[in-house]
Design a protein. Structure first.
Length: 369
């Protein structure tokens, strides 16, 4: 294989090279079918087998309990900001925790469909903490409680999901896990719905995953578009309308790739998580010891996936990015709302990529410090 640059994009983002190679090899003729996956009927036996395997493998990786449905949808997490309240709110009240740009957007959109209460926010500290769940002003009337478990733009991650029952709420927890799904296990005993766009950590853009506890199906508001009614989608095995077939196929290859990973005694998601922990540690350690770079998120809330960082002066940003590109380190510019730089180090970013970034960071600091 030729050497590809290391791509630190926040999304659409790096995919495992093995997966891209397999998709390329199967492009013109999927397993003797004479068709590309793109050319197949979603109702034919070939694609049904691809979809079934993708779901089974995802269930295996994330240990999804049998009483949860896996829905393959479209529209991205931003469409879910509307689809979710349409399906779950019953027009009543919903509690939202704001921890960054994405959850801020979610609660804003939900206001079109239900009474939104922001029960905690970290706006006061510039989205750099996770407010302690014991301080959340939860209502016992809420139809659900929404959090973004990894804020892609701000780099804030919930390393433990809240136990709403212990906090006196019977509402299901809904997590937007777009940017860290399949990077670590999910504690399903605490989650009613998990959703996310595929293009950060599991595949190409166009596919949205919704994993929902069965008792939460069947409460959509009458105005809900039929194709976005979770119960309709579930009852039709995600084939009420044409699902994003090619994106599902590639995501399925990524799930198989996750299952193949080994790290010492660990395999599958455990191996991936151990690697993610090691990658994040290496990068944050570089920032913490450099005396040159700054990060803003408090250590307990630092994301393992998205790492915003700042140079001592914005006037160095262009030189930093140009030098990075020369070394094959791509897409490090920060989101415009936060500024500075951001390195997204998703599952498919190898440790060698983070090491190459750290080498460059140290070198740049020596030359400009
Ligand atoms: C990227 C992202 C979104 C938006 O996803 P779209 O696919 O563009 O709709 C929402 N939430 C989080 C946490 C994200 O990372």
């Amino acid at each position: 294989m030729t050497t590809r640059p290391f791509n630190f994009s926040a999304g659409p983002a790096v995919l495992p090279e093995e997966v891209l190679a397999q998709a390329a090899a199967e492009m013109l003729d999927w397993q003797g079918s004479g068709m590309s996956v793109m050319e197949m009927s979603h109702r034919g036996k070939e694609f049904i087998s691809i979809a079934r395997r993708a779901e089974a493998d995802l269930r295996d990786i994330l240990a999804i309990p049998a009483n949860y449905k896996v829905l393959f949808m479209q529209g991205g997490a931003i469409a879910e900001n509307a689809i979710l309240p349409l399906n779950l709110s019953r027009g009543g009240r919903a509690d939202y925790v704001v921890t960054g740009s994405w959850s801020l957007k979610s609660q804003k959109e939900a206001r079109k469909y239900c009474d939104v209460s922001v029960v905690a926010t970290n706006e006061g500290d510039g989205h750099t903490t996770v407010p302690s769940p014991s301080t959340w002003a939860l209502s016992n009337q809420a139809a659900y409680v929404h959090v973004c478990s990894n804020e892609t733009i701000n780099g804030v991650e919930m390393h433990e999901l809240p136990d709403l029952k212990a906090l006196g709420s019977n509402a299901p927890l809904v997590i937007d896990c777009s940017s860290h799904i399949a990077s670590r296990p999910i504690d399903w005993s605490r989650v009613g719905v998990a959703y996310g766009g595929a293009q950060k950590n599991i595949g190409p853009a166009g596919l949205t995953l919704v994993i929902i506890r069965e008792d939460l199906l069947g409460h959509a508001l009458p105005v809900t578009p039929t194709a976005f009614d979770y119960k309709v989608v579930a009852d039709n095995d995600s084939m009420y309308n044409t699902p994003p077939t090619y994106a599902m196929y590639v995501a399925g290859l990524v799930f198989q790739w996750i299952q193949r990973q080994r790290e010492g005694e660990l395999s599958g998601l455990a191996a991936i998580e151990a690697r993610n922990v090691a990658k994040a540690r290496l990068l944050y350690e570089c920032f913490d010891t450099s005396g040159f770079y700054a990060t803003k998120v408090v250590p307990e809330a630092r994301s393992r996936m998205n790492v915003p960082f700042f140079l001592p002066s914005d006037s160095l940003n262009d030189a930093f990015l140009a030098g990075a590109k020369e070394r094959g380190l791509l897409q490090l510019k920060g989101h415009k709302s936060v500024g500075g730089m951001r390195a997204s180090i998703y599952n498919a970013m190898p440790l060698a990529g983070v090491q190459a970034l750290v080498d460059y960071l140290n070198d740049f600091a020596r030359r400009h410090g």
